[in-house]
Design a protein around this ligand. Structure first.
Ligand code: SAH
Ligand code: SF4
Ligand code: F3S
Length: 480
């Protein structure tokens, strides 16, 4: 394939982190064709909308965005320039034909497991528009085709990166489209993940977040040919020089293995933050949701996790207004939240999704009731989040600095608990993990200061000494 230099690519990403990862990979496969990223659609030769189908609003956004792109495409055409428009992601998978029908400006529809075919498709589209590909699920082909050896180095920005290790879902919660848009659970082999992680570390990545719709169901092929658990994968990743922090998301309560819980107790690199959605606190609603766990099982799990790692920050997802949810059911959700005490959480009003079992269930909840419940739940969750953030004041936490702040020489980093930490006069520390005194905690972030020894530029050599010193002493600080 011949390179076409000077082409501009604009990718707009909706939805979850897996889409963020996929968008980065799409940019990677298109780079050898001469496509460089641009910040706006206006000056792009190729626009990709990487879409999300999880709630109705998310899916509808795509059509309004496509309306705007159609006008841009026409403007560009009148100036003699072309614009190719592709729709990728979960809406592409779920509504490919409808997209083509509703918006003729779309040239390509690409399902989440066909991104490696983009270069070939682009050349074909030059001849015939209106293609839909990737309707079948074949994640192994995608990942195999998108390794660095095949497509050149991964684009990396900053010291943190996502790394998809698992795709798809077999759980079939009655409200959810993911099993239909991403297919069955599938895990990448350990060797492929380690190779990608080593490359990331060599490019300055200090923290990797392992991604999967059910990441803790990971069972990829290990070096011995047998399936590996996520815990075993984490141990192998922790061996990689320079990779100091490992996170993973999203976990399902039923896949939280004892070895993973134990790994949190003895693997310093495994960060003390766990996103463990429960969706509802009512056993009756959990049954209707087909979650296959009750509230007591969730409480027991949280207890075991906190026994292994007392300072674990727990986060979650909640749905209010699921069909048939009564005031009593909702009270059970509030009660669960009070008992668990979340560090952060996402909560949503139930959105009926075509083709899912819940969409035809009896007793839909009035929208006004659902919004009142959402407000009450969010007020409680926010209270817990603020309390958690404030409780950090006075502690010393290792912070991984990621980027420049808004003003002066401020830098923004991440605490072990995934909180944003703002520190003045710290821009020289970007890419490093440094012990920071936490001064205050606010709603969405912490403010901290450099300790005396690190505040002067000269006190810290360029090779960043505090990093590999995390050990038992560090744990004592974290667990206090
Ligand atoms: N795999 C993850 C999350 C998938 S989607 C898990 O099992 O938890 C992210 C979140 O969106 C879900 O946790 C759920 O809270 C929310 N969600 C999914 N479908 C929804 C729907 N139909 N209406 C409202 N929220 C939904
Ligand atoms: Fe959706 Fe349930 Fe699968 Fe999560 S576990 S992706 S909520 S079906
Ligand atoms: Fe949305 Fe698909 Fe992710 S539906 S949440 S982009 S898996």
């Amino acid at each position: 394939m011949t390179a076409a230099p000077g082409k501009r690519l604009f990718i707009k990403t909706y939805g979850c982190q897996m889409n963020v990862y996929d968008s980065e990979r799409m940019a990677d496969v298109l780079r050898p064709l001469g496509y460089a990223p641009t910040e706006t659609a206006e000056d792009a030769d190729f626009v990709i909308l990487n879409t999300c189908h999880i709630r109705e609003k998310a899916a509808e956004k795509v059509y309004s965005e496509l309306g705007k792109l159609r006008m841009l495409k026409e403007e560009r055409a009148s100036g003699g320039a072309a614009m190719t428009i592709a729709v990728a992601g979960c809406v592409a998978q779920a509504e490919g034909e409808e997209i083509m029908r509703r918006q003729p400006a779309v040239d390509l529809v690409v399902g989440p497991q066909a991104y490696h075919q983009l270069p070939e498709l682009l050349t074909r589209t030059a001849r015939a528009r209106g293609e839909r590909i990737g309707a079948d699920f074949a994640p192994d082909a995608k990942f195999d085709a998108m390794t660095s050896e095949r497509i050149g180095a991964r684009g990396v920005e900053g010291p943190t990166a996502f790394l998809t290790v698992q795709e798809g879902c077999d759980k079939f919660c009655t409200f959810c489209v993911v099993p239909y848009t991403r297919g069955a659970e599938w895990s990448r082999p350990v060797a492929a993940i380690l190779a990608e992680a080593r490359e990331l570390a060599a490019r300055g990545v200090r923290e990797v977040t392992l991604l999967g719709q059910n990441v803790n169901a990971y069972d990829g092929e290990g070096p011995d040919g047998a399936p590996s658990t996520l815990a075993r994968l984490a141990y192998a990743l922790a061996e990689i020089e320079g990779l100091d922090r490992i996170r993973y998301t999203t976990s399902h309560p039923n896949d939280m293995g004892e070895d993973l819980i134990a790994a949190h107790a003895d693997l310093d690199a495994l960060m003390p933050y766990l996103h463990l959605p429960v969706q509802s606190g009512s056993d009756r609603i959990l049954r209707l949701m087909n979650r296959k766990h009750g509230r007591q099982k969730y409480f027991d799990l949280i207890d075991r996790i906190r026994t292994a790692r007392p300072d674990m920050a727990i986060s979650g997802d909640f749905i209010v207004g699921f069909p048939g949810e009564t005031d009593r059911d909702f009270e059970d959700t509030l009660d669960l939240v009070r008992q668990v005490n979340y560090a952060s959480a996402f909560s949503f009003i139930y959105s009926p999704r075509p083709g899912t079992p819940a969409a035809t269930m009896a007793k839909p909840v009035e929208p006004t009731v659902a919004s009142e419940r959402l407000q009450a739940l969010q007020a409680l969750l926010l209270e817990q989040q603020v309390a958690f953030n404030r409780s950090q004041a006075g502690r010393t936490l290792p912070v991984l600095f990621q980027k420049q702040g808004r003003h002066g020489r401020q830098a923004i980093g991440r605490s072990p608990y995934l909180q944003s930490v703002h520190v003045e006069d710290a821009d020289h520390l970007i890419g490093q993990i440094v012990e920071i005194e936490i001064l205050t905690g606010q709603q969405n972030s912490l403010s901290g200061a450099l300790k005396q020894a690190t505040s002067a530029r000269s006190a810290l050599g360029p090779e960043n000494t505090p990093l590999k010193q995390r050990g038992p002493a560090d744990r004592a600080v974290l667990a206090h």
